[in-house]
Structures are given as structure tokens and as C-alpha cells.
Design a protein around this ligand. Structure first.
Ligand code: AMP
Ligand code: GLY
Length: 420
């Protein structure tokens, strides 16, 4: 089969690495890809947002299956476009992806179908939001309705912070159209976790659990980022909690799709809080997580292509993927300043040496560019260094030995990934 994979992050490098192992793969194209994916297939210079460009490429290269990585490509309706053209594609349509692209839509869906989540109100008028804040109790959480690169959530500890968040989002429009509508919700305390589940419309296939470390600095300090590192398994989700998540979140989610006539084929990746009253959904993502995918792909032993095709064809009930028992760890190396403004173009040394230091190390590229034999930084999250080990401790030791061998000016990473 000829495959077109859309995206350019560590997630896409990890997916490409796994797809490359499929005996059914003929040619792999990645649009636009990165230097890591270039070593596995052919990168095409087409943006992940260029729907028509991607459609043309799929026709020209005789693509049998297109796989969408990023959320914004889903939001643009690329899946709808491909389906209308009669081309096979993995991912929900724009209507399904609204569960991620509109937090108010997701809230209403959850309310309608009894999926536990934080109590919330939706506002499209700033004056009404300010009036609500006068009577509210704190802390509470203010969220831009649309996609905001993971930066659209503010935990307001008092009225002043909440007013400022409303002003920035609704009046100053710092998130553009994404923040003109906001959701104000109850603050939940507990342990955060997430789940990946392939959804074929009426069945779910749960992946092993993985845990992200979202804050920039050690000890969960600093700003929220796209994710600074992951472990799988999460060491949080006991079989009992996983069963509870399936019963209280995944099953009503599937019933909700049926009841609403909402088509959803792709990856569901809910972020959740395990509270004293049980698990509650913080958000739905409708795609593979990054860097969660980097550890999940390291642990997947079965053919990813089989799983993605079974999702599209409604055959998930017959799939029983095999997962590596050993834990996996991923540490993200980010540019100095991330998640704020960063400087690009720093020379990266030591990738090959780090990759060669242990057979259990694989390095996934995210924000890099290559000129000749030399790699340079080109984004906030630069590389994902992954390792596996007999124990989490062993995987951690290996990953940090490799991390130490890679250098670039401003290199920033967390030293406590997997230190449970
Ligand atoms: P989201 O993009 O909705 O997952 O929010 C980003 C982060 O904000 C989450 O990973 C949580 O750490 C935090 N968060 C979101 N909603 C809440 C909430 N209702 N209560 C407490 N923390 C939250
Ligand atoms: N790692 C969080 C995300 O992909 O949204």
C-alpha cells in the first residue's frame, strides 16, 4: 500500500517509524514531514493545512490510505474532502473533530450523554462573563472555545485573574476567533491522566495508558506546554480505574455518537482528572497525542496499518493488538524559551552518538531541519528521545544517558520524566 502521512512533529516521526515496519507498506510519503521522516519515506513539500495540495498529491502518488496527524488539519475538513473524492483516509470528519475544536460543543455532548465532566457555562458576550465572575467562587477555569495550541486554558485563582483571562480572550482576542466564545468551568482537583482509544463508529479499542508531563519545568512547575515527556504505562491507571473509565466515559461516548448520528472514525484521546468523585473529562482530543504517541508506538508490536484500516472499515471488534510488556519513556528536548518565544537555527550535536548508545534508544525528530549532514533547531519541541527498559527505572536511566549526549544552545528538558 502507498501511504500519505500528514504532519511534521515527533508524533508523525513515531507513526512513520511504526508504519515502515508494516510488510504491507509499499511507499511512504509524509507531508510536509521532518528530517526524521525523510529517512523513512519521501517528504512532500505540502503544508498539513493545504487540503487541495494534499488531495492532488494523494491522486498523483496513487495513495491507498492517508493518515492525518494534527488537529488543525482535521478541523479544516481534509477528511471530508478526501471522502467526497472517494479516497481512503484515517481521522474523523470536521463534524466529529468538533469534539476537540469546540469545547462548548464537547460540553453539550457530554451533558447530553451523561459523561462526567466539570460543570461549565458558555459565554459569547464579555459582559455576561464578567457578571458571572462577580458571583463565582474560586479557583475556576477559563477556556477558549476553539483550538489555541494548548495555551487557551487559564486556571484563575481569584476574580482579578479571571477578569484578565476573559479580557485577553474575548476583548483583546489573543487567540483570534478561537477565544471569542469561552467556557468557564469548575476547577477539578485530582490526578490527571489520559487514554487513547481507536473508535470505528460503534466500537472502541483502548491502547495502553501513557502519561504526559505538560508543564515546562521539573516538579510540574512553569507554563503549560504541548508536552515535555511521556511514560507508558502511566503508573497511575490501575486495571480497576481503566475499567471505570471505559464504563463511565468510553461506553457513553459510543452511545452518544449513535444517539446524535455523529460519525466518528479515528483516534479519541480524552484528557481526564481522577477526582474523589471518580473520573471526569477535561477535554476530548480527536487525534494521536504528542508525545504520547512516541511511547505508544515504541510499545506496539502489532501492525499499525492493520489497526488503522480496521478503524476505517468498522472491524475493531476483531482486533487484538499485542503490546510490549516493557515500559517506555520519552524525554522532549526543547528550544530555550519554549513554550514562549524561541530562537531557531542552533546547531544540534550528538544525535547519532545518542541513537547508537543503546539498542533500546530511538530518537524522533520534531522541530529540526537538516542541511547536508548537519541538523539545526527549527521549533519549540526539537527532539523526542525514547527508550525502553525492563523497568521504568532502567528505561529512564537509558533515556537520560542519551539525552546527555545531545547538545544545542539553549537545550531545555525535564529531568524528572517518569520519576513517579
Ligand atoms: P485542556 O486543554 O482542557 O486539557 O486543559 C489544559 C490543562 O489545564 C489540563 O491538562 C489540566 O491540567 C488543566 N485543566 C483543564 N481543565 C481543568 C479543570 N476543570 N480543573 C482543573 N484543571 C484543569
Ligand atoms: N500531549 C498532549 C497533546 O497531544 O495534546
Amino acid at each position: 500500500m502507498n501511504i500519505l502521512l500528514v504532519g511534521s512533529g515527533g508524533r508523525e516521526h513515531a507513526l512513520a517509524w511504526k508504519l515502515k515496519q508494516s510488510p504491507r507498506l509499499s511507499k511512504l510519503f509524509i507531508a510536509p514531514g521532518n528530517p526524521g521522516t525523510a529517512a523513512l519515506g519521501e517528504n512532500l513539500p505540502i503544508a498539513a493545512s493545504d487540503a487541495l495540495g494534499l488531495l492532488d498529491a494523494a491522486r498523483e502518488k496513487n495513495i491507498d490510505l492517508t493518515i492525518i496527524g494534527p488537529d488543525d488539519s482535521l478541523a479544516l475538513g481534509i477528511v471530508d474532502l478526501f471522502q467526497a473524492a472517494g479516497l481512503r483516509i484515517f481521522g474523523p470528519t470536521a463534524a466529529g473533530a468538533r469534539l476537540e475544536t469546540s469545547k462548548s460543543f464537547a460540553k453539550e455532548f457530554m451533558k447530553r450523554h451523561g459523561i462526567p465532566t466539570a460543570d461549565a457555562c458558555v459565554f459569547s458576550e464579555a459582559s455576561q462573563a464578567y457578571a458571572y465572575l462577580e458571583k463565582a467562587s474560586y479557583p475556576l477555569v477559563i477556556k477558549a472555545d476553539g483550538l489555541a495550541l494548548g495555551k487557551g486554558v487559564v486556571i484563575a485563582h481569584n476574580k482579578q485573574e479571571a477578569q484578565e483571562a476573559v479580557r485577553q480572550s474575548m476583548e483583546l482576542e489573543i487567540f483570534g476567533a478561537s477565544g471569542k466564545v469561552i467556557v468557564i468551568e469548575e476547577y477539578l482537583s485530582g490526578v490527571e491522566c489520559s487514554l487513547h482509544a481507536l473508535i470505528d463508529g460503534d466500537r472502541a479499542l483502548l491502547f495502553p495508558d501513557a502519561r504526559d508531563h505538560k508543564r515546562a519545568l521539573d516538579g510540574d512547575n512553569g507554563l503549560n506546554t504541548g508536552g515535555m515527556g511521556t511514560i507508558s504505562p502511566s503508573m497511575i491507571l490501575t486495571p480497576a480505574i481503566k475499567e471505570e473509565l471505559e464504563r463511565s466515559i468510553i461506553t457513553p461516548f459510543l452511545r452518544g455518537l449513535q444517539a446524535d448520528g455523529l460519525k466518528f472514525q479515528g483516534m479519541l484521546f480524552p484528557g481526564m482528572m481522577i477526582t474523589s468523585q471518580g473520573p471526569k473529562v477535561l477535554e476530548f482530543n480527536c487525534r494521536f497525542g504528542d508525545p504520547e504517541t512516541q511511547v505508544l508506538m515504541r510499545r506496539l508490536k502489532s501492525d499499525l496499518l492493520d489497526l488503522l484500516e480496521a478503524t476505517i472499515d468498522g472491524r475493531l471488534a476483531s482486533m487484538e493488538p499485542i503490546w510490549e510488556r516493557r515500559p517506555a519513556v520519552c524525554v522532549i528536548l526543547a528550544s530555550g524559551g519554549y513554550p514562549g518565544p524561541i530562537e531557531k537555527g542552533k546547531i544540534i550535536h550528538g544525535i547519532d552518538a545518542a541513537a547508537a548508545c543503546d539498542p533500546d534508544i530511538i530518537i524522533f525528530h520534531a522541530g529540526t531541519v537538516q542541511e547536508g549532514d548537519q541538523y539545526y533547531t527549527a521549533g519549540g519541541r526539537v527532539l523526542g528521545v525514547t527508550a525502553m527498559g525492563e523497568t521504568l527505572r532502567e528505561a529512564r536511566d537509558k533515556v537520560y544517558r542519551a539525552v546527555d549526549l545531545i547538545t544545542f544552545e539553549g537545550k531545555q528538558y525535564r529531568r524528572d520524566i517518569g520519576q513517579t
